[in-house]
Design a protein around this ligand. Structure first.
Ligand SMILES: Nc1ncnc2c1ncn2[C@@H]1O[C@H](COP(=O)(O)OP(=O)(O)OP(=O)(O)O)[C@@H](O)[C@H]1O
Ligand SMILES: [Mg+2]
Length: 344
């Protein structure tokens, strides 16, 4: 599809931990935006206290919401998150932050494997629920918030979208090694999603696909626990500090004004969760012997590189893994439009 001044194809991978937006503007500029899925009920008014970072204020049915990296989020790890008001506000906030108000948005978004499929078939009811939720309006709750119009909502399957990202390059050329079984392992915030895609995308092997509730948010909880024990910290550490410490090559966290070495705790937690993930993956795809490619995506895959040792013959991590689903949704939509324009 060629974007024009009014309609714009935008993919939003609305995860439990992070909201990732991917689009290509009419002038060809690629936009990639990632934010923690950090939201609270109520208008928190931190914008006036702390000038850095955009604070989005919204209203739905008279209830206020604040979206900001500066606040400690409400827990997003509940089953109905993907069809909830919290999700709707987070998705709208991503569009606002990307400054897309002059476009009519053709939105592509996703559901985890276990939500998208039910008994081996698309769960049309769940998909419809997600569409309807995102088509409902969110009101701006502050003067600097201009909400883009969402004209249409499409829902794909998250891990299958990552397969599309793996299978198609940026110019939508298809790889020549995807005729067999490709297992996508998406290590996210709440979930590890596995989808085994067969025959060049013609089918999903449901016996070798599924969703496990293990993800980076559990890793942060383990880290927080370890830090509390070692340094006698009482009360919760902010998620943003824990996530930052995990990404920090020095593996330090600031406590009582000074950076403290937490590398031993990070190593122990990663080892524990790597073991858990390895067992969870093996339950679904064994040791991958009958699979041609085992492809790791999602933010967690950047940290659990040790898992590749379990798949020495066929494992790989995609570049920029946290954007795989969003980029894949965008490529899928473009590919579909291309086929339609060719009358296929
Ligand atoms: N390079 C990296 N190093 C360390 N952590 C990272 C890196 N990239 C991403 N992460 C972390 O990985 C976690 C999972 O990110 P991701 O965006 O895949 O989760 P999600 O899609 O929101 O979760 P889910 O798929 O369960 O809904 C996040 O907490 C993020 O901060
Ligand atoms: Mg995800």
């Amino acid at each position: 599809m060629s974007n024009n001044d009014s309609k714009l194809l935008v993919a939003v991978d609305d995860g439990y931990a992070q909201t990732k937006l991917y689009t290509i503007l009419p002038d060809g500029t690629e936009v990639k935006q990632v934010r923690r899925s950090s939201i609270r009920t109520g208008k928190q008014g931190i914008g006036s206290i702390n000038g850095d970072g955009f604070v989005g204020l919204y209203e739905v049915d008279g209830v206020g919401f604040t979206v900001s990296e500066l606040i400690e989020s409400e827990d997003t790890k509940f089953d109905g998150f993907h069809t909830s008001v919290l999700d709707r506000v987070l998705v709208n906030h991503a569009l606002v932050e990307a400054d897309l108000s002059k476009f009519d948005i053709d939105l592509w978004t996703g559901l985890p494997v276990a939500d998208f499929f039910r008994d081996g078939k698309k769960d049309e009811a769940k998909i419809a629920l997600k569409r309807e939720n995102l088509l409902k309006t969110v009101k701006a709750g502050g003067p600097d918030v201009i909400i883009p119009k969402i004209g249409n909502v499409n829902v794909g399957c998250q891990a299958v979208s990552a397969w599309v990202d793996f299978a198609l390059d940026n110019d939508l050329n298809v790889r020549d090694d995807i005729d067999g079984a490709v297992a996508i392992i998406d290590i996210g915030g709440r979930t590890t999603d596995i989808a085994t895609v067969m025959n060049g995308g013609a089918s999903v092997d449901h016996q070798r696909s599924g969703t496990d509730n293990i993800g980076m948010l559990d890793v942060y909880a383990g880290l927080s626990h370890g830090i509390a024990r070692k340094f006698d910290v009482r009360g919760n550490l902010p998620l943003s500090d824990l996530a930052k410490a995990m990404r920090n090559p020095e593996k330090t966290i600031k406590l009582w004004g000074k950076p403290r070495d937490i590398s031993d705790i990070v190593d122990a937690v990663l080892e524990e969760f790597e073991g858990k993930l390895k067992r969870a993956i093996e339950v679904v795809i064994g040791n991958g012997a009958s699979i041609d490619n085992v492809v790791f995506v999602g933010g967690g895959s950047a940290l659990f590189t040790g898992l590749l040792k379990s798949f020495p013959h066929n494992g790989e991590i995609v570049p920029d893994p946290e954007f795989a689903n969003a980029r894949g949704l965008h490529k899928f939509a473009r590919h579909k439009a291309l086929l339609a324009s060719q009358g296929e």
